[in-house]
Design a protein around this ligand. Structure first.
Ligand code: ATP
Length: 296
């Protein structure tokens, strides 16, 4: 099956700023991918490259088997809602939907109308008069109604209140279940990512430091607690992501595919948020070792 997103040595440089470095990814079709990382890590840069809004400085990227932005067929496959949720201030909600219908061959007018009704958006209201969250919902509605194979969403829930956020994520999951659309969404809310995504890509300082199926990532990371010990003495297949010590005790976050057999450790499970935070907190350690890629 054609990968939803495939990148090889992908890099993007803006003058003196390296925004994405040597990014290599293989994301299978139909996944819901959470793209996480600190401010300025390169998330929008990766989404813009995938949408064909900018071109790579180095390497290559394919989305649904095609080069981003390479023609009408490719453009129809990809829905993109940029971070600033672009809408036309002087066009009404209804005019946005008419424009969407005119520009997109696969437009689902019924879905768009139902979603606007459900959100309580006034079709006669100009987009410039909508609240930030309502504008985001309108942009998202257009992205979904286009019926793309892949939907790229740059911080889609950032402007939404908690109820609207939950509603949006539910709608998104329904769309995924009904139409099998793949999604890449960037977010700072790891709990949201854990709830709706099955695949994770973590960027730190322009590099991918952790990528893979979320279930696999959670299954291969463990918290070890035991008598104080130098992490360098661990077996080679136990990769230490984070370490903390008291006088007598050592606590480690390790990644390993193998069972932990050493009886001096108490082994505990680690949630996705703690795993991601550990990688974000130690960017130097993350960049000095190869990114973990767990693929089934
Ligand atoms: N058009 C541009 N011109 C120059 N530098 C840019 C441009 N776009 C992004 N950058 C730089 O590239 C780096 C990555 O930015 P990017 O917007 O991809 O980060 P991000 O992970 O999406 O951040 P955030 O979470 O704050 O949205 C940053 O250092 C940013 O300043």
């Amino acid at each position: 099956m054609t990968a939803m997103l495939r990148a090889r040595g992908l890099g993007k440089r803006y003058r003196r700023r390296q925004a994405l470095t040597d990014c290599t990814l293989d994301i299978p079709a139909g996944r819901v991918v959470g793209l996480v990382g600190p401010n300025g890590a390169g998330k929008s840069t990766l989404l813009n490259l995938a949408a064909g809004m900018s071109s790579p400085t180095t390497g290559e990227i394919e989305v649904c088997g095609g080069r981003p932005g390479s023609g009408p067929e490719q453009l129809a496959k990809v829905g993109f809602v940029a971070q600033d949720t672009p809408t036309y201030a002087n066009l009404t909600v209804a005019e946005h939907l008419r424009l969407g219908a005119r520009l997109n061959p696969g437009w689902d007018a019924d879905l768009a109308r139902r979603r606007v009704e459900h959100l309580g958006l006034d079709p006669a209201q100009r987009a410039g008069r909508l609240s930030g969250g309502q504008r985001a919902q309108l942009a998202l509605t257009i992205g979904i109604a286009k019926r793309p194979d892949v939907l790229l969403l740059d911080e889609p829930v950032a402007a939404l209140d908690p109820l609207a956020r939950r509603g949006f994520l539910q709608d998104l999951m329904e769309t995924v279940a009904e139409h099998g659309v793949g999604v890449v969404l960037s977010s700072h809310l790891i709990t949201d990512v854990e709830r709706v995504c099955d695949h994770l890509v973590t960027l730190v300082d322009s590099r991918v430091v952790l990528a893979g199926e979320i279930d696999d990532l959670v299954a291969t990371h463990h918290r070890l607690t035991g008598p104080r010990r130098d992490p360098a003495t661990l077996p080679a297949d136990q990769h230490v992501v984070a370490a903390s010590h008291t006088d007598r005790q050592t606590t480690l976050l390790v990644r390993t595919e193998s069972p932990i057999l050493d009886p001096s450790w108490t082994v505990g499970a680690v949630g996705l948020e703690d795993i991601v935070l550990a990688y974000l907190e130690s960017p130097s350690a993350a960049t000095s070792r190869p990114a973990l890629e767990v693929l089934r």
